[in-house]
Each structure stands twice: as C-alpha cells, then as structure tokens.
Design a protein around this ligand. Structure first.
Ligand SMILES: *Cc1c(COP(=O)(O)O)cnc(C)c1O
Length: 401
C-alpha cells in the first residue's frame, strides 16, 4: 500500500513529507479572504493489508501517541428516541475524547506524523478546541506545541492549553488573524503546522469517526438481534451505514473527514453508498450553507454566534467541503443561537449528554429538518465537544448570564 497526497481539483500528486501542505498550482490561485485553494487529500494505491475493523492511515501505528483517542461511545438515547419518533437514532459522543473534543482525532494523526519524521514542534491557530487538543495530545507524545489563540476563546480551553504545558500566544483579533499569524510563524521557523485544512492530515485523522460509526451500528444491530432472538440477523457480519449523519460545521474539516471516511468504506467494500450528510451551521456563521445554496463563496461575513468552535468568517476548508457536499448530494441546515441553546438543554436533560454549543448545532439541525426524514431511518448525530469547555455559554442557555 503506497500513500501520497492528491489534489482533488487538478489531480496532481505529491509525496507525503514534512513541508508539503497545499497543491502548488491550485494554491497559486488563492484570493484574499477566501477559503483555501489547493487543499490536498491523502490517497493510497495497492491493497489495504489491515483487518476488517482497521482504518487505513498514512502514519505507522507505532508512532501514534500513547493516549486513547477515538473509539468513542455510540449512545442509544431512549427518551430522545421516543420523543422524536426515531427508534434508530444514535449519538456519536466525541465529548469524551481525551481533551474533550473531536479535534483529538486530527491531533493524534498529526502528532504521529511528527514522531515518524523526527519533528519536535508543532504550531497551530485555533478557536480553542484544536489548541487544547494539540496541546494535550502533544503532551502525551512529548512534543513542543505553540498555539495562536484569540483572546476571547473560552477560558476552559485556554486553561487546558496551559495545563498541558504548551506555549500560548494570545492573539488580539479573530481566529482568522490567528490563522495568518501561525502560518507566518511556521513558515519563518520551519515548524510543522497543524492548521486545520492546511495540513491534509487534519482531514484524514477525522475520517476515523465514519469507520467507527458503521462498526458501532453493526454492533447495535447484533445486540438488537440477540435481544429479539433473530438468529439470521445475528449471523450477519456486514457493516451498517447510517442513512443520515448530522455534523456541526465551521471550517468544514470534520465534514470533509466524515465524507473521506465513507468514501474509503465504499472503496473497501464495507458499505454500499455514502450516507446523506447534513452540514449544520449557526445562522451567524453559515458560509458553507450559503455557498451550497448559491454555488460558490461570496465575500466574507463577520461571524456572530454563541457556538465559538464553529464561528469562522472564512471557512478554511470551504472549497473542499463544498465539493464533497455537491458530489454526494449533501445538505445544509442553519440554526439560530436560541435553537442551539435549546438543543444543548434538551440533550443534557433528556439524554444526560452535556455538550458545547457548537456541537449542539447538529442536534438543533436534526430538530429543524426531522419532518423530512422517515421514522425507520438510521440517524447519527455527532456531538463533538464537551459542555464543560464553555460554561459561560451553557449559563446563557439557562438564563443565568
Ligand atoms: C472544530 C469544531 C467543530 C467544527 O469543525 P470544522 O472542521 O471547523 O467544521 C465542531 N464542533 C466542535 C466542538 C469543534 O471543536
């Protein structure tokens, strides 16, 4: 099995090596204040030597850091199933990743890549979760981590960065400013960049969730068959693809990773088709939803939402995410901050799952479109960050602030 980077736009191929981030020809077309041009994808040729539950990844297993990333729980929320009328509703819970967010899936692969290449420092910009994630995962691996974080990032995420022993450079400005500053730092020092979308491994690392979903759903079918005594069902060994997956979207890296995972699963013959993926965005940060409706990205709009982890003016992976959504007939749904806060309380009070506002945009998205789904469909809602990461946001939802 040979791994390489491929530009999904022009098809150019590159070796996977330190210092390679974007496609040379396509990134030359970059316009200011627009999503990244020339984002690369990890690709492989040859046959995958792994077992039926293994995920093909471009970093050798022995370099991955010693902490338990991924393999998160798949919840079967009984009360929410009854109330919504979807008996096959599942919650994929990445709030319980080591640093409390889905970002660990990307940090894990980037850290493994650094270890494999003898790299000792990683730098990145973040709205908060990528910083706390890379800091924690980097701590386990013994890497130096330098983060560029807007001053207004939630305090818990800042404290995590410092507790994990990373170097914190506070940025007087938005995430977009932090992004540019961290890139300038990486370019000047030669330090590996974990900037989301810019480093293709951030997308590849996030695909692991799709592999887990189809395995989790197959296990759920097995449990159900055992309970019901259905022997024929019990003997089945195939995977179960969801019909719908609800994903909170900011820069569009998680959703591109989810798609990449499903594309790989189809290629490996583990599932038949890519599910319907719903890009769930906050009304105050909805560039990808707008682009899906109009066909392309317009001028940037200043983001304004309580959901800090999905608040971006320019979605860095916008072009790549949009082309995946178009290729697979994906859909977008936009929700208000009030709907996000309602979703947060509903998930916490009826399932016992407390997740941060950004991640609750996915639940709010399902609530908004549920009348268009069939009750027998299998639905997975991805919950991507812990509620404890932004207590101030959660207090607003309770009317306490
Ligand atoms: C980063 C993040 C998202 C959005 O991911 P993108 O790749 O930026 O679209 C959603 N939820 C949480 C908790 C996050 O930290």
């Amino acid at each position: 099995m040979r791994w390489f980077y491929r530009c999904p736009e022009c098809g150019a191929e590159y070796d996977i090596e330190p210092g390679r981030y974007l496609c040379d020809a396509c990134s030359a077309k970059q316009q200011p204040d627009q999503p990244l041009e020339g984002v690369l994808e990890c690709a492989w040729e040859g046959s995958f030597p792994g077992g039926p539950d293994d995920v093909p990844l471009p970093v050798a297993k022995e370099f991955l850091p010693p902490l338990p990333v991924g393999n998160t729980p798949m919840w079967e929320p009984r009360r929410l199933r009854e109330e919504t009328g979807f008996p096959r509703l599942f919650l994929k819970d990445d709030t319980c990743e080591p640093t409390g967010s889905f970002k660990d899936r990307a940090s894990y692969l980037v850290a493994g890549f650094a270890m494999e290449h003898g790299i000792t420092e990683i730098a990145l910009a973040s709205t908060g979760n990528a910083a706390s994630s890379m800091s924690g995962v980097g701590a386990a691996a013994g890497l130096k981590i330098t983060v560029f974080l807007p001053k207004k990032a939630p305090v818990a995420k800042r404290v995590q960065v410092l507790q994990y022993g990373a170097e914190l450079r506070e940025v007087d400005g938005t995430y977009d400013v932090a992004f540019d500053q961290s890139l300038a730092y990486s370019k000047a020092t030669g330090v590996l960049s974990r900037n989301t979308a810019y480093n293709p491994l951030t997308i590849e690392g996030k695909k692991t969730v799709s592999f887990e979903m189809v395995r989790d759903l197959a296990r759920a079918r097995e449990h159900e068959a055992r309970r019901a005594g259905h022997l024929a069902e019990l003997a089945r060994k195939d995977y179960v693809a969801p019909d719908h997956v609800f994903v909170p979207v900011g820069d569009g890296v998680i959703i591109a990773g989810v798609y990449k995972g499903f594309e790989d699963l189809v290629r490996l013959g583990r599932i038949q088709k890519v599910p319907t993926v719903w890009a769930c965005q906050a009304e105050g940060s909805s560039a990808i939803a707008r682009a899906l409706a109009s066909g392309s990205f317009g001028a940037p709009v200043s983001s304004d939402t309580i959901a800090d982890s999905i608040a971006v003016d320019v979605p860095r992976n916008g072009n790549h995410a949009l082309s995946k959504l178009k290729a697979h007939q994906g859909k977008a749904v936009v929700v208000t901050d009030a709907q996000i806060l309602d979703a947060q309380r509903e998930l916490a009070s009826k399932a016992g799952l407390f997740s941060e506002p950004s991640s609750c945009a996915a639940w709010a998205g399902l609530q908004k479109v549920k009348s268009s789904l069939r009750p027998d469909e299998t639905i997975v809602v991805m919950l991507t960050g812990s509620g404890l990461k932004d207590v101030a946001g959660a207090m607003k939802g309770l009317g306490l602030q």
